[in-house]
Design a protein around this ligand. Structure first.
Ligand SMILES: C[S@@+](CC[C@H](N)C(=O)[O-])C[C@H]1O[C@@H](n2cnc3c(N)ncnc32)[C@H](O)[C@@H]1O
Length: 349
């Protein structure tokens, strides 16, 4: 059921994806380096298959694959060779707004004729999407922190992910964090195994997710969704939303620490880490993106569908409550300061 706000209106993901775009720009050198490795490790391949998993909608959908195409072309220009044929696939869940994505893919193909052909591969990246040994390069930005589902140990036992009572919340935090960490471990391990089947030997993967700086339970905040849930908890206290409804709300999302992320990759064993970058959530991005009003637009574009599915039409009140809360000086930046972008470049072993 996960999708971002569709269309191209004021609240759409297409119009409010600047924070994620800043991270895509930071991924660029890693994708370029991966492409050069792919082109030089053996002889230049005759054809290459490239995919972006969790592409969403709007201009961001084509950024990573375009970086890869340009890197391949400029490598070939330097060597005075014809570029290989490139097959570019964009993936997201079936409820994603693929309308503009498809039109933009056609433009991308036409701008790179006759070397590029394009397609979409709808489905979950927690399932097989491509044939065995067919992929050269997998990219993914701001998507793999979405889990396949919320941890069943919480949902089946009706254990709220975020207790309104602060004391109870603090007591439950280790158990909640462990449930989410385990779900991420299972999902990400499964993802690595699937992609290892689909990539050819020496194939590359460059992915970036939101995680957190500190490990262990000392971190008060373990994912950006807590920022959202805190706002919803204020709405419960103000009688705008029902407490029972709030207690049964689970965000299928988890941000690991860099150590956790690295451990899972190493333990799964199909990939070698070429490079790993850990950066502040707000680094190298326009600070205006983190002003309360603007930040709210970004959060709304990502979380509105999942909030409305569960609570109904509460977004106007949600927006007002968030802006009121975040007006308290420093509170938002303090929460965001605990988050980090984790970007990793991998080679199939
Ligand atoms: C915040 S958007 C990121 C979009 C784009 N990559 C960017 O950097 O702007 C996250 C995307 O991941 C997609 N997503 C979440 N879980 C997914 C899954 N299991 N399989 C495929 N896509 C998924 C969502 O539908 C959403 O479009």
């Amino acid at each position: 059921m996960v999708h971002m706000n569709q269309g191209e209106g004021d609240t759409s993901y297409a119009r409010n994806c600047g924070i994620q775009n800043a991270e895509q720009n930071r991924m660029k050198p890693l994708i370029e380096a991966a492409v050069v490795d792919l082109c030089t490790s053996t002889s230049l391949p005759r054809n290459m298959v490239i995919t972006d998993l969790g592409c969403s909608s709007g201009s961001n959908a084509l950024v990573l694959v375009s970086v890869a195409i340009e890197a391949i072309k400029s490598y070939c220009i330097q060597l005075q060779k014809n570029p290989p044929e490139m097959c570019v696939f964009l993936n997201d869940l079936p409820n994603n707004d693929f309308t503009m994505v498809i039109k933009n893919l056609v433009t991308l193909r036409q701008g790179n004729e006759p070397f590029v052909v394009t397609g979409v591969t709808p489905g979950s990246f927690y399932e097989r999407l491509f044939t065995s040994g067919s992929l050269h390069l997998v990219c993914s930005s701001s998507s793999l922190h979405w889990l396949s589902k919320a941890p069943e140990v919480l949902t089946m036992n009706h254990i709220p992910a975020y207790n309104i009572d602060e004391h109870a919340r603090r007591e439950m935090l280790p158990m909640i964090l462990e449930a989410y960490a385990q779900q991420f471990r299972n999902d990400f391990t499964h993802f690595l195994k699937l992609r290892a089947k689909e990539l050819l030997s020496g194939g590359r993967m460059v992915i970036s997710i939101t995680g957190r700086h500190s490990d262990g339970f000392s971190s008060k905040l373990f994912h950006i969704w807590e920022t959202i849930v805190q706002i919803l908890s204020v709405m419960v206290l103000e009688g705008v939303i029902d407490k029972a409804k709030f207690d049964s709300f689970y965000m299928p999302m988890y941000g690991p620490s860099s150590e956790e992320f690295r451990d899972i990759i190493q333990e799964e064993g199909s990939f070698v880490i070429k490079e790993m970058l850990v950066r502040d959530f707000t680094s190298d991005a326009d600070s205006a993106l983190f002003a309360p009003k603007m930040f709210m637009c970004h959060m709304r574009a990502v979380f509105e569908p999942i909030i409305v599915q569960h609570f109904g039409e509460v977004m106007e009140e949600f927006t007002r409550t968030a802006e009121r809360q975040w007006r308290v000086d420093g509170i938002l930046m303090d929460q965001l300061g605990r988050l980090a972008w984790l970007c990793v470049s991998l080679t199939k072993a």
